[in-house]
Design a protein around this ligand. Sequence first.
Ligand SMILES: Cc1ncc(COP(=O)(O)O)c(C=O)c1O
Length: 414
Amino acid sequence: MTRIPAKGRPWPELRAELEAAKGGDFSWRDARIPVFVFHLDDALTRVQQEAYCAYWTENNLGQRAFPSLARLEGEVRAMGLRLLNAPEGGAATFTSGGSESIYLAMRTARDWARATKGISTPNVIVPRSAHPQFSRAGHDLCIDVIRVPTTRADLRADVAGMEARIDADTIMLVGSAPSFPFGVFDPIAEIAALAQSRGLWMHVDACVGAFLAPFAARLGHPIPAFDFAVPGVTSISADIHKYGMAPKGASLLLLRDGALQEHQWFRFDDWERGHYQALVAQGTRPGGAVAAAWAVMNHLGEDGYLHCARLVMDTKARLVAGIRAIEGLSVLEPSELSIFAYRPAEPGLDLESLVAAMTRRGWFISLLAEPAAIHLVINPSHHVSADRYLADLRAAVAEVRARGARGQAQAATY
Ligand SMILES: Cc1ncc(COP(=O)(O)O)c(C=O)c1O
């Protein structure tokens, strides 16, 4: 049991304790974590920290008190809308992360369908590879979320399967750009055309791809169209705190038609304090998250994002080639952007032992469940650790093969 200490303790002592507390963590600074963290270098980290601290105390709930935050947030929203080819009249909301952006998209679609079509028992159809947040939001919002198996050999959404599930209560179709499990783009243009032909809301979950795919495309990588350039795309979730390289707490929900925000507002008067209104699901919001996103986007600029995209795509190619060259391992195909998975493909080389051998070498291992495989989300800093990773992987495979030992199974938790 612990409790607030009766007497406060000096900061230097606590700072040392915090630093020591990290002793058992895996090192993101040495690029040993293949998920959760998006890091470029110490210089960008300094920009993130100083910009966040410049608005350390300001509350983004109070934009009348802090008009500078309204302006900075407006610029971040405008940059996102432009990047994703929103037409004139598009609108965006600055949220705390991908999960809130998805929640708001579903809540807005629900209230739009209720107001314009009288649908009171709505359902949303998503590929099974879509993020769990769609189902969580569905649970919270009383929307039935139908997950359609990704049966196609290319791991993408099964559009015909999704179409077969549409009924009179369907309000929204979803595609990922790309999906988190496989890193492939769903056929966004096909899903959007289907949505358009049935008068449905089409949401693109580009939480992963929004701030990477446009720059990878400019570098010549074959990236399918996934944004508002695709007719029929109604809304997009786009995380600035992933490949936008901002510190955590920054995402956008973008709408093709700003008039749809009428269904997004929560407006309330029935208490003594007067009118309350919000587009987001939060109350108090950190001003620092807005200031840091604004600073990172302006500091990196397009050339900085191209640099990040080059690092990510080159490192991924290097890792994929290196893993393919290790006998007994196979890389899941296709893998389009920055996410990929690989697994043992010979008897006697079991996944659990390989995971244990890599963990012993200081690598945090993230797992895909179906099929059982090791899962990586490449961030720009991985370019410094890729060669070490491959060397350790070669050694781990040799060790497991030599011992023929079986390790402890580890569940593929997020
Ligand atoms: C495709 C996709 N959508 C949504 C999310 C949720 O984003 P967040 O963790 O910022 O809430 C993630 C997170 O990894 C994701 O990969």
